[in-house]
Structure formats: C-alpha cells, structure tokens
Design a binder for this molecule. Structure first.
Ligand SMILES: Cc1cc2nc3c(=O)[nH]c(=O)nc-3n(C[C@H](O)[C@H](O)[C@H](O)COP(=O)(O)O)c2cc1C
Length: 259
C-alpha cells in the first residue's frame, strides 16, 4: 500500500469535496492523510509520503495565494517526490494545474497526474455570474463525479495523464486570465467590504476565515489586508453584509456541495 499525503485549499467546499472523493476512490491501494491548507502543523506526512496530492480552486488560471505560500514552503522537499495536482474551476483555466505543476517539476518533483474538475461557481456578488444551489447542481456534479472516477482509474492504472501541460494551454491560461488577474490580485486582498449597517457582529466570518483576515471590533466584523479571495465569508454571512468584487452583496449565496 502506497502512502498518499493530500493537501487542499477550499474556500467554499468544492475542492474539499473533490479531494475527499478522489482519496476514497484511490483507497485501499493508497492510504491517504488529508490536510487543509493552511492548517499545517508540520511536514511529517509530506516527508514520509510516496505520493503527494495538492488540490486547489483556480483563481484567474492560478493557485490561490495560500497555496502558493504552501508551495513555497515545500520547495526544498519536492525533489524526487511524485505529485498529483488537482484543480477545481467553474468554467476554464487553460493550464491551471500546470501553473503549479511546472514549479514542482522545476524543484525536482515528478508530476505524472494532473486534472481540472469543473465545479459550481462560488463568486456570488458578480451580476454576470449565476450562482446555483441544490438540485440545479445535479447535472454538473454528476459530470464532475465521472471525471473524478476516470482520473482515479488513470492513477490506479499508472497511466500518465496531465491536463493543461501543453504549450497551447499555457499560452491560453496566461493570456486570457493569469496576466490580468495577477495585476489586481494583491490589491483585492485588502478590498473585502463589510457593510457596518448590516453586520450584526455574529462572528461567523471571523471564525470561518481560513486565513484569519477578520476580527470583531465594537460588535462589527472588520477585514485586514490578507484576504485569500476565497468567498467563504461572502457566502456564509447570514446578513449578506460582505462583498468582494461586486458593487452589492449577493442576492443568492453559494451554499456549497454536500450541504
Ligand atoms: C477569486 C476567484 C477567481 C476565480 N477564477 C476562476 C477562473 O479563472 N476560472 C474558473 O473557471 N473559475 C474561477 N473561479 C471559480 C472557482 O475556481 C470555483 O468555483 C472553485 O471550484 C471553488 O472552489 P472551492 O469551493 O474549493 O473554494 C474563481 C473563484 C474565485 C473566488
């Protein structure tokens, strides 16, 4: 039995869902430990693993900042390791998995498996993007489940498969999204907007923020400038008081999968 150390970042649950499903399908050939980024205490599981799986949502054809910070920490440990890279996205990333995969290879790692799984959109405060929930998600989830199963079978059969690692995907990912997104990403980390008139100080966003970007002051939630842009708080806020890119807070929030 091979040891698999799986690390995932998930703002609103899609990537958690995919990681858990994939690890379940890979058992019993693989014995998997699953750790959420950035809740990592030590790299013991990483060091002793035969294979490391890294899963993340695509933000502008690239990994979110917490995943890039995680990757930076493991760069010295990557040499000789086998990696599986999995991304979730609602539509398209071009070379999303390869955007991390290339760095892992540069640091001496081997990436034999990479896949993109289309999952529901979680950006709920943008008028141009529709958020779906419940039964509306069934067709998309059925498709995603089939792709996860196919990917698991490829891994078990040791048939190398790397989505998005070709030059065309690289060019499309960079030119259509990454170049533009990177320009605005850091500025956005300090732009989470909380409507003080709506906020009731319940503290849910403070408790759930994966990067501890929020705190309570005088009974109101306050953002700092290290938002991961993950949309967890935007979608969880019971008062719809939080927005990130939109001009107004969401009418319909993304409830996540498996809820
Ligand atoms: C800041 C941000 C940028 C995103 N950029 C893309 C993108 O470039 N392409 C895409 O298809 N989906 C994009 N998405 C959608 C997410 O990748 C998708 O909904 C993902 O499955 C969310 O995963 P999670 O629930 O694990 O956080 C973006 C989402 C956010 C919050």
């Amino acid at each position: 039995m091979k040891k698999l150390a799986a690390y995932y970042f998930s703002g609103t649950g899609n990537t958690k869902y995919v990681t858990e499903k994939l690890c379940k399908l890979l058992a019993p050939e693989f014995c998997a430990s699953i750790t959420e980024i950035p809740c990592i205490i030590d790299f013991g599981a990483f060091k002793s693993a035969d294979v490391v799986l890294i899963a993340f949502p695509i933000y502008g054809s690239a990994p979110p900042i917490p995943v890039r910070q995680f990757a930076y920490k493991i760069r010295e440990l990557a040499a000789g390791k086998e990696f599986i890279v999995v991304t979730t996205q609602f539509m398209f990333s071009g070379d999303g998995a390869a955007s991390l995969g290339r760095a892992l290879i540069k640091w001496g790692g081997k990436v034999n498996f990479a896949e993109h799984i289309n999952m529901p959109n979680n950006i709920s405060d943008c008028k141009f993007l529709k958020v779906k929930n419940g039964d509306e998600l069934t067709p998309m989830l059925e498709k995603a489940n089939r792709r996860i199963e196919k990917f698991a079978n490829r891994i078990l059969a040791e048939k190398r498969f790397r989505r998005g690692f070709n030059i065309v995907s690289h060019a499309v990912g960079y030119l259509s999204q990454r170049a533009l997104f990177r320009k605005h990403e850091h500025e956005r980390t300090g732009k989470l907007n909380i409507d003080a008139n709506k906020c009731i100080g319940c503290g849910l966003c403070v408790k759930k923020c994966p990067v501890k970007n929020l705190y309570l002051e005088n009974g109101k939630a306050q953002p700092q400038n290290k938002c991961a842009l993950c949309y967890r708080c935007v979608n969880l806020c019971p008062q719809s008081a939080i927005r990130l890119i939109g001009k107004s807070a969401p009418d319909i929030k993304y409830k996540g999968v498996g809820n």
